[in-house]
Design a protein around this ligand. Structure first.
Ligand code: ZN
Ligand code: ZN
Length: 369
């Protein structure tokens, strides 16, 4: 059995517990997780129906049938072509699969409303829940294949950080966008298969805006630059942040805040272990920042789960009492943001182990290049 088949089997067996007759998935992260098929949702009806009893079956536009069969383990495939009415064909498939007249269906969270209406029209008495009810519980703990990909993606990010550090004073005078372009090519050179998200290069005051991407501001010597980026490997993203200073030493306040964020990040990583709530990791970082008087400047949660999605459960936030379990992967990324001055964020991905947690990123967390 491939990891994909194992995951699908786990979903299938969870359906009974959830009181559901079937899960109905669309192209997107769920289908990618269950089959490896990595295509976006498009205007033609394209579903994977996983009945509680019976064989998972693709409902595939005929023009995609060969690709779907070649790229996935799914052998039961019903096709329809452009001369057919897809809704009639879907009704016939539901009948064939023995889906009852008033089923409880778990539909993919990202299914377009238009497709959901068609599912409703073939089973008007259905009650509808979300597939995440069963899929999230699986996705939140990474299996070996996922951990392997996440580790390799973390290495790509680490290699790119080393290359950025290697620029040293050559980064002074570049615009943020110039540096973002360099970062993208460093990530590609290191084996990345496309960026996880638009790289963030927040120089000087721009660093005080956590989601500023990059612009035409020119990087100056001695100022902190928030650098947050990653690339995908086998579908899984890297995501790390370093706050570096190019071409000179930073002033005393920057050093103080940088050191503070570093200690907060260390404390949070130290608090991550099986059995503790996600909130405890947030609290560990936040109490360090608060004790130093910068609590109001730490304006976001401490981290987020990372898997096929760059942001997914578990959220490492004050209100999340989800218990950490081995195999969970998330970011630990406290930050301090001083409006119109500068920002500092330091981020590593960690995986929860049986004994504690292990960082996936290993480059220096200092500001020095
Ligand atoms: Zn990040
Ligand atoms: Zn992140």
């Amino acid at each position: 059995m491939t990891p994909y088949e194992r995951r699908t089997e786990a979903v299938r067996s969870a359906l009974a517990t959830a009181g559901a007759d079937a899960a109905v998935c669309v192209p997107g992260r769920t289908l990618q997780y269950l089959t490896g098929f990595d295509e976006p949702q498009r205007d033609r009806h394209f579903l994977l129906v996983i009945p509680a009893s019976g064989e998972p079956t693709g409902f595939v536009p005929s023009l995609s049938a060969a690709q779907f069969s070649r790229e996935t383990w799914v052998r039961a495939v019903e096709t329809w072509d452009d001369a057919d009415d897809p809704v009639t064909a879907l009704g016939a498939l539901f009948d064939d699969l023995g889906i009852p007249e008033a089923p409880h269906l778990l539909v993919d969270d990202t299914m377009w409303a238009a497709f959901l209406q068609d599912v409703r029209s073939v089973r008007p008495r259905a009650t509808i829940g979300l597939a995440s009810e069963v899929v999230s519980k699986l996705r939140i703990r990474k299996d070996d294949a996922e951990l392997d990909a996440l580790r390799r993606a973390a290495r790509v990010a680490d290699d790119a950080v080393r290359a950025v550090r290697g620029l040293g004073s050559d980064a002074v005078g570049l615009t943020e966008t110039d540096l973002a372009e360099r970062i993208e090519s460093f990530l590609t050179d290191a084996g990345g298969e496309g960026v996880s998200f638009e790289p963030i290069v927040g120089s000087g005051p721009h660093g005080a805006m956590p989601h500023h991407t990059h612009g035409d501001r020119v990087i100056r010597a001695g100022e902190p630059v928030v650098l947050d980026f990653g690339a995908r490997v086998d579908g899984y993203p890297g995501d790390q942040t370093r706050t570096l200073v190019f071409g000179g030493d930073p002033d005393e306040r920057v050093r103080e805040v940088h050191d503070l964020v570093r200690r907060a990040q260390e404390a949070a990583v130290g608090a991550a272990e099986p059995g503790v709530p996600a909130a405890a990791v947030d609290d560990a970082a936040r109490s360090v920042v608060e004790a130093a008087g910068y609590g109001d400047a730490f304006i976001h949660r401490t981290g987020h789960g990372v898997g096929l999605d760059v942001h997914e459960p578990p959220s490492i936030a004050a209100d999340n009492d989800v218990e950490l379990r081995p195999g969970m992967v998330f970011s630990v990324e406290p930050g301090v943001y001083l409006d119109d001055e500068f920002g500092v964020r330091i981020e590593d991905l960690v995986v929860v182990t049986e004994a504690g947690c292990e960082r996936l990123n290993h480059t220096s967390r200092g500001w020095e290049c």
